[in-house]
Write a protein that binds this ligand. Sequence first.
Ligand SMILES: [Fe+2]
Length: 251
Amino acid sequence: MASLRFHQFTDTHLYASATGAMRGQQTLPSFVSALQHAAGFPAPDAVLLTGDLVHDEPGGYAHLQTLLGTSQVPVHLLPGNHDVAPALAAMDEEPFDVGGSHLYAQTGNRWLLVMLSTQAQDRVDGELGTAALAALDRTLGTAADIPTLLVMHHPPVAVGSAWLDGIGLADAAAFWAVVDRHPQVRGVLWGHVHQAFEGQRGHVRLMGTPSTCLQFLPGSEDFALDSRGPGWRWLELHADGAITSQVEWVP
Ligand SMILES: [Fe+2]
């Protein structure tokens, strides 16, 4: 039985201008380099873009249309703190799909993919909120026999960097209270922290993914940049609920 394969790109921070730069690094060519690197790997069943797709500029989404608008596989989007909600919502046309839960069964290997919004208005940290958590609880309640991957922008655990841990998921405890009721959840995947993170919480694999532009220094108490280049992540979801995944750094 074939594994399901996803490619994740996160924190692309695109500007309306093709030469827009974040602290000196142009974010569009940086994202393109990550896409080109990923093209050398086995083709995915879907692409996941996990927030901060643009850097506060709605014009940045046009670059996603140009680069991925002809994708033959679904491109799932969710917002980060820098996304512009109405402009992101307008991206909800094939091959793009904003948020929602998606059953992947085309390989004879069933997985549920749940794309969650943690965007909280005018805040850098994230929050799911009671309504979204109740909806997640209901969704998971109807899919008890299907291995599930939850995807969002903000990390629901501390990543070991004081300044970043202060701007994570505000209602992480409530999130885990829901997840702990549904043992079919096998992985949680996020962006936001601009660095690689690997962890395990019971049977749930925890995965944070570097940005396609610049990175933050792991373990730093205060804001600090890392010198590493663009990164992205592939995931293989197996029929027995196991996840194989690795971060790739663009050479
Ligand atoms: Fe972010």
